[in-house]
Design a protein around this ligand. Structure first.
Ligand SMILES: Nc1ncnc2c1ncn2[C@@H]1O[C@H](COP(=O)(O)OP(=O)(O)OP(=O)(O)O)[C@@H](O)[C@H]1O
Length: 539
């Protein structure tokens, strides 16, 4: 009888054979041989790793400490799996440096424990028990028989009191997703189960680990695509991935914190509150971490895609425009406010399209101060910062420009009011030049470009297009500055891991061209997944 997965795969294969799509996505490089969900089973020990082995010896003497070569050998053994002398049965050793609990497990045919302290006999035949060692030792293990010790060369045993023992679950229940399934729900069982789960289900650290190993061992640059619908947690997952790679790449937190600071700038300018997520990323982001041949991080770089420009001029009910506008209006210091003629958010038409001018629990003033710090860290000088803020103010004032009818043919002209003069000044042009640019449009007749007066809708479209263009250019400029700052003059030549965080699938009451692009991208990614992963699994 076929399983539902087999049936689904067969249906996919049949469909693919019947209708070969003309619009095939580009083929992916061959799949790595290791399983992305599992980190390599055996890895070298961190340099600072040390197990202090202290056991109470059988004679009932004090704690003895074993160090040196013997200890190193044991550490190696503890972390792997080893066969016993007969080679017939796998010995199970769960030694977790971070946990005070160890699994005491009998080998088949090893029922006699007479050489060990009398209490151990209480464990009972064929049963597995936990021995909490918190009160005794920081790390150690328990052996069941001194006559046939678990570790070669080891004559030490731990006396185990039956009252210290807790029942353990059978192996079949190890790593269950739902703790309720555990027969024994004691603390060591839960800790052990969590430890098993961490390595048996897909985990962001395991994926990052595999990418790193593949890059180092296979010498092939890696990509991690983080997908999921809006609000699923992609951006947060990227941060965890970076954290892990930073730890592996030995950046001592330096690179990671620099990346996070610069991400704060991108978040201010590229994230916004939507109906699904208070901090929704409104652009695609490819973060690349570059490594040296030795696997050390040499630096990161960022590439962005398709910023949702329409949000600058149109905000749906319940949403907000980009965070930066609200942070800027709330937090700009008085001198800057005066120089750039900055008002409160309530006075800008682009922002008051939605009632949501604040986000619960978010302090825009404080965020603005943090942003300025991040701009300083990104080495964007104060003069450049003010120019960038001037562009923001210009965008806001553009939204306040209104038009009046000037003839009977529905042609309009921009009103020469505070909005027009402020926007023109901030953009560095004369008010009449901006008025003309907004009130006319150019058409091509034969080989000539002719300026024609605009109707109301044409003038609004021109104004909004200008606002969107300025904002998108500002965003691109910021990304460029951030990359320059992160690179610090270095050229990256060696290996890299790229992490793609794209906007998630979304469907609003009113969807625009951006939603079309966002959802199309997500569909294509899903298609990649189906086509390559399912097919390869099937093979
Ligand atoms: N691992 C996590 N731990 C705690 N909170 C999380 C975690 N992942 C996500 N969240 C919460 O969910 C919110 C949305 O997550 P995130 O912004 O990462 O989603 P997203 O998938 O990137 O969404 P979008 O596609 O809209 O950008 C976060 O602001 C945070 O509050």
């Amino acid at each position: 009888m076929k399983s539902s997965l087999e049936e689904m795969l067969e249906a996919l294969r049949r469909r693919d054979e019947e209708e070969k799509p003309k619009d095939l996505p580009p083929t992916l490089p061959s799949r790595p041989t290791s399983k992305a969900r599992l980190p390599s089973a055996r890895r070298s020990l961190p340099t600072n790793f040390k197990v202090i082995l202290s056991v109470e010896n059988g004679s009932g003497g004090g704690l003895s400490k074993l160090e040196g070569r013997e200890e190193t050998e044991r550490n190696e053994e503890e972390l792997g799996e080893k066969r016993d002398g007969s080679g017939s049965q796998k010995m199970r050793k769960d030694v977790n440096v971070g946990s005070p609990y160890y699994l005491v497990q009998r080998k088949k045919g090893e029922d006699k424990v007479s050489d060990v302290g009398a209490d151990v006999k209480e464990i009972g035949k064929g049963k597995t028990n936990w021995k909490p060692l918190r009160s005794l030792l920081r790390s150690s293990w328990v052996t069941r028989t001194a006559a046939k010790p678990l570790y070669r060369g080891q004559n030490h045993v731990v006396k185990v009191s039956a009252s210290d023992l807790l029942p353990a679950n059978p192996e079949i229940l190890e790593g269950v997703n739902d703790l309720v399934q555990l027969g024994y729900l004691n603390e060591p069982s839960i800790l052990h189960n969590l430890k098993e789960k961490a390595t048996n289900i897909p985990h962001v650290f395991a994926i990052a680990d595999t990418a790193y190993n593949e890059m180092m061992n296979g010498g092939v640059n890696q990509s991690i695509i983080i997908s999921g619908e809006s609000g699923a947690g992609k951006t947060e997952t990227v941060k965890f991935t970076m954290q892990y790679l930073s730890a592996l790449g030995g950046s001592n937190g330096g690179i990671e914190s620099k990346i996070l600071e610069t991400h704060f700038i991108l978040e201010a300018f590229g994230n916004a509150k939507t109906s699904r997520n208070d901090n929704s990323t409104r652009f695609g982001k490819l973060s690349k971490i570059h490594f040296t041949k030795l696997g050390k991080i040499s630096g990161p770089s960022i590439q962005t895609f398709l910023l949702e420009k329409s949000r600058v001029v149109h905000v749906a009910a319940g949403e907000r425009s980009y965070h930066i506008f609200y942070q800027f209006c709330a937090g700009a210091p008085p001198a800057l406010r005066e120089r750039l003629n900055i008002k409160t958010t309530k006075e800008y038409n682009y922002l008051i399209q939605s009632d949501n001018l604040v986000i619960n629990g978010v302090d825009d003033t404080q965020k603005f101060h943090k942003l300025v710090e991040a701009l300083d860290i990104a080495q964007i000088c104060k003069e450049r910062q003010e120019q960038a803020f001037a562009m923001l103010a210009a965008v806001l004032w553009l939204g306040n420009i209104s038009f009046q009818l000037i003839d009977n043919e529905h042609h309009v002209e921009a009103l020469a009011d505070e909005a027009l003069t402020s926007a023109a000044r901030l953009m560095g042009c004369a008010p009449h030049e901006l008025m003309q640019a907004l009130s006319t449009h150019r058409i091509r007749a034969a080989k000539d470009n002719i300026a024609k007066k605009s109707t109301f809708q044409q003038a609004i479209d021109t104004r909004d297009a200008l606002a969107k263009f300025i904002y998108a250019s500002l965003f691109d400029w910021l990304v460029e500055q951030i990359n320059k700052s992160l690179a610090g003059g270095k050229r990256y030549v060696d290996r890299s891991i790229s992490i793609l965080d794209i906007y998630g699938f979304e469907s609003f009451k009113k969807n625009s061209f951006e939603q079309f692009c966002i959802n199309y991208t997500n569909e294509r990614l899903q298609q990649h997944f189906n086509q390559h992963l399912f097919k390869l699994e099937q093979e």
